[in-house]
Design a protein around this ligand. Structure first.
Ligand code: KIV
Length: 303
C-alpha cells in the first residue's frame, strides 16, 4: 500500500491556488503571445503528477512507452489497449496540463472510419483531450476534427515509419523535401490540427514552418525556433540505457540516483539495518503485558 492519489477535495484549486487548464485553443493563444509551450511525455501516475505540478503545459502519452516503459526495440508493438491503460493513469494524475494520447502504429493506418473509432476510445475510455497521429494524414485529421476530437500532427522523423525510412534519420535535408514538409504541415493545420510536432528536422526548416503555420509547432530535435519543445521523460532524466541523441539535454541523473538508493536499501536489508525499531509497529502496553502474562502462564504450565 502507498498513498498516492488526491485526497477528496484536496486539489490545488481547493487549496486556493487557481488552476487554469491548458486546452488546445490555449496553445494557439500561447503561440500568438510568443509564449513557449513546454511539453513532456508521460506514462504513469506519479511521474505525470510531478510533471503537472512542475507546470508542464502538454503531457503526451507517447507511444515511446513501448521502448522506455515496456522495453521493446521500437514503438511498433504497443497496442491500443496498452496505450489506453497508460493514458488513464496519466489522466488521473493531471489537473492542469493538456493530456494528449499518441495513437499507436496500426490504429489509424487503415480506413478513416477505423482511425476515428480508435481515436474516440482515447477520448471516451481514457480521458485524453487530444490525439496525436504521425504523417500527413489530412483526410483523417479532417474527420477527427469534424468529430470534435482535437488532433496534434507529427511530421519529420516519424518513428512509426522506421522501416520505410530505414532507420531513425533526420528528415527534410534537401530543399525539395523541406518544401514538401512545409506543405504537409500547412495541410494538417488547414484540416484542423491544433498543433504539429516536428521531430528530427533541420533547425532552419522548423523555423520557417513555425513562422508560416497558424498553429503551434512543438519541436523535438528541431531547433529552438519552434513554438514549444517536447522531450521524452526518460531522456530528460537519464532513465534510458543508451547514449543520448544530439537533441537531448539531461536535466538530472535519476538513473544513478535510483540505482544508488536501491543498492543502499539492499545493503541495509542484508545487514539487518532496515527496518529500525522506529520503523516498526509496537504492541500497545496493555497487550504487551497480557502477552507477557500468557507466556509466563505457558512457561509455568510447561514446567
Ligand atoms: O512517442 C513519443 O514520445 C513522441 C514524442 C517524441 C513526440 O511521439
Amino acid at each position: 500500500m502507498s498513498v498516492t492519489n488526491f485526497p477528496a477535495g484536496a486539489s490545488s484549486a481547493s487549496a486556493g491556488i487557481p488552476i487554469t487548464k491548458v486546452t488546445v485553443p490555449a496553445l494557439a493563444e500561447m503561440k500568438r503571445q510568443g509564449k513557449p509551450i513546454s511539453a513532456l511525455t508521460a506514462y504513469d501516475y506519479s511521474s505525470s503528477r510531478l510533471a503537472d505540478e512542475a507546470g508542464i503545459d502538454l503531457l503526451l502519452v507517447g507511444d515511446s512507452l513501448a521502448m522506455v516503459v515496456l522495453g521493446h526495440e521500437n514503438t511498433m508493438a504497443v497496442t491500443v489497449d496498452e496505450m489506453l491503460h497508460h493514458t488513464r493513469a496519466v489522466r488521473r494524475a493531471v489537473r492542469r496540463a493538456l493530456v494528449v494520447a499518441d495513437m499507436p502504429f496500426g490504429s489509424y493506418h487503415g480506413t478513416v472510419a477505423d482511425g476515428l473509432a480508435n481515436a474516440v476510445r482515447f477520448i471516451k475510455e481514457a480521458g485524453a483531450e487530444a490525439v496525436k497521429i504521425e504523417g500527413p494524414r489530412v483526410e483523417l485529421v479532417r474527420a477527427l476534427t469534424d468529430a470534435e476530437i482535437p488532433v496534434v500532427g507529427h511530421l519529420g522523423l516519424t518513428p512509426q515509419s522506421l522501416h520505410r525510412m530505414g532507420g531513425y534519420r533526420v528528415q527534410a535535408r534537401t530543399a525539395d523535401t523541406a518544401l514538401r514538409l512545409k506543405d504537409d504541415a500547412l495541410a494538417l493545420a488547414d484540416a484542423g490540427a491544433g498543433a504539429v510536432v516536428l521531430e528530427g528536422v533541420p533547425r532552419e526548416v522548423a523555423a520557417e514552418i513555425t513562422a508560416e503555420l497558424p498553429v503551434p509547432t512543438i519541436g523535438i530535435g528541431a531547433g529552438p525556433e519552434c513554438d514549444g519543445q517536447i522531450l521524452v521523460f526518460h531522456d530528460l532524466l537519464n532513465l534510458t540505457f543508451a547514449p543520448a541523441a544530439k537533441f537531448v539535454r539531461r536535466y538530472a541523473d535519476a538513473g544513478a540516483l535510483i540505482r544508488s538508493a536501491i543498492e543502499h536499501y539492499r545493503q541495509d536489508v542484508e545487514h539487518r539495518a532496515f527496518p529500525s525499531d522506529e520503523e516498526s509497529y509496537h504492541l500497545p502496553e496493555a497487550a504487551r503485558k497480557s502477552m507477557a502474562a500468557a507466556h509466563k502462564a505457558g512457561i509455568l504450565r510447561k514446567a
